[in-house]
Design a binder for this molecule. Sequence first.
Ligand code: ADP
Ligand code: MG
Length: 825
Amino acid sequence: MPEPAGAPSSGDALGEFLVAVRRPLDYLASAGAAAAARTQIPGRQLAARGRQLRRAVDGDRRAALDTLCQRLERLEAASAAAERARLAAECRDLAAMVAGQGGRDIEPRYRQQTDDVTAALERLRLGVQYAKEVGPSRAPKLGKFGLETVEDLLYHLPFRYEDRRRLRDIASVRIGEEAGIVGELVQLEERTVGRARRRILEGTLRDDSGLLGLVWYNHVTSYRARYRTGQRCRVYGRVERTPAGGKRIVHPDVELSPDSEANAGIVPVYEKPTTLPLATMRRIVQRAAAEHADSVPRVIPAAIVARAGIADPGLALRALHAPSPEADVDRLNRFATEAHRALVFDELFFLQLGLGLKRRQIAREAGLPLRTGGPLSQRLGAALPFALTGAQRRVIADIERDLARGHPMHRLVQGDVGSGKTVVALYAALAAIESGYQAAFMAPTELLAEQHHRTLSTLAEPLGVRIALLTGEAARGKRGALRAALEGGEVQLAVGTHALIQAGVRMPRLALGVIDEQHRFGVLQRAALAQLRGDPDGPLPHILLMTATPIPRTLAMTIYSDLDVSLLDELPPGRRPVRTHIVNEAARRQLYDRVREHLTRGRQAYIVYPLVEASEKEDLRDATTMCEALRETVFKGSGIRVSLLHGRMKADEKDAVMRRFRAGEIQVLVTTTVVEVGVDVPNATVMVIEHAERFGLSQLHQLRGRVGRGSEDAVCLLVAPYVADRASDTYRRLQAMASTTDGFRIAEVDLELRGPGDFLGTRQHGLPDFRVASLIRDTRTLAEAREAAEQWLTVDPHLRSSESAPLRQVLEHRWKGRLGLAEIG
Ligand code: ADP
Ligand code: MG
């Protein structure tokens, strides 16, 4: 909020300086390109003056002043007109920021702007019922469809454009072509077809050159009611060949007033409530765009707009809802126009601004500074049976730096399967223990928790660390004693499943929570860990998340923008990539030969099935049946021991089987995805995945990660039916598995195939739905928007300057309730 001008003398000097800066910049801005290129700016002199005034301002404003001085110098040196214009715009923004709360010179301009923004946002928040063409009867339909306000209408962009600039006639249009044709509807009737007696609607369009069939398979009743024979209309769609050799269009777009202006040129097509005709939907949105597009506030600072080269959002909306007849239909359809980019940038800029703000807020919270690199971790280093990889050392250093600061760590370690995350986490835990606190280590399954408990005990118990296992099962018997030990601090490192945070356990001295295979947890609220401490207002514990499902950069930049990320991008030496083959059902004999080959060399194998038991619904091989069958046929009389392991077995049974498999007493483990994450048996070198077509990519990748953990050659065999369609998702999944072991590459393909919502579960992660942007398509713009937002926040970290006031208004409007921005002071 504006304050009266501060300390008089230095304040006046600053005011004079700012006026001196602004005058040449204003001239530069108004002079036109040619004159601007010739205008001399005394940038160095101004910068020198500015530096003398540093003490007149502090904090964010001082940072802005420093940047301003640098830019002024650069401005004097710059010769290219575009570069000069950009720097000048940037300097003006920075000068405004320096003026900040005390800036008499500039403040009123921003006050005017914030008032304008308030009014504009009011108009955008108007309910759809007040928009032209909508009215009380259509408003509820639109509301149910997710279009509630004028703003929703504006950002309801066409998903497709039709090029109707040239009409075709029926005789000359070719099969496979998309075309618009005007004619008369000469016949229309409902029929039932097929054994299912499905209702369809068929029609015929006639023009001077011939006849065209029209077919509707869905919403037959509503289309039947809408059209009449004898009507003149324009149909649009892809022309197909009928079984009888004629031409037809399936589910054509039909315009009943074919000669009107609105239906010529490049025509946008919108998603719509089923019962609303396309033409009506188009009219509603286009009217809204014509009347309200200018209300969309222009608040992104001029310097950013200039640097990113983005168009005005209002103009962009108009260009997309009512494209000019000269527009490039191809680019429109690829969402690749300048107008698209402007809106995508706008959307992502505010996303990144909000996330960046939030991250800065978290960074200010009080935490528990820990001692790192003490005797415990030194002794661990000496006792490890291997040398840490370079990546492990680097990530441990990242973590130790975080832990030593007075703020809570919030770090994600991404490391492919087998990259050695467990020992990295142990270093973090030792820092907590060494500082007199406790640590908790959480895994998604009991199997994995038990394995971690074993690994960590082997490594840390010799150092004198007191460890306990707390899973649902393990806790049941000795819960009382265990709880007391956790509460009293005797247990320093608790290993468990999320039972740990659900069981009402208390760990008052908890300083670190490690969450392994984080993608399986969804968002685990930091609050849940704080709860373990039993002190909601106290300092927050440090959090270390670990995942082997790499999050593609684009997603990490959005969802995990409030996390710091470290990459464990190096496998321990001696590992060889697992060779992966797709195996057809027909080659089953060779498949088992291959498995036997490994077994006779003393290695072990996993055979994974999608189901535990036979199912009536699906004709799939299942683990239970196949375990029996394999014993009786393939491995009969071979002395090879085959055992079953699945998630429905009791914990102690599972435990016993795992122990025997680890000890080599069992050679073949017939199992399910229960072994998907974390299981670590280096002697296992064969992974057979039956019905591989049924598994998702990240699952396949995780399963494959169970082998290739030792120095022996390992192989992964994906059994699947022949997939002829090379464009199908199934084919692409299997192909990705066969062609790479790079977890990042696989995650990218997975993201492309499934979309971000499915990839991680949108709702679970609170990932906002985008109106325009796509995390898959718009990766470049995302990076630009992020950089712009970060730069702005570097100068004004909490958006407190008056220059940032309009940004904050729009930010709050867009993200209210989503990012908890309301809480940010
Ligand atoms: P992740 O959890 O990342 O999949 P783990 O922590 O389970 O991997 O480690 C996989 C295997 O590699 C374990 O057997 C572990 O003891 C071993 N390991 C970890 N770091 C190293 C290293 N630097 N050199 C050799 N082996 C290592
Ligand atoms: Mg692990």
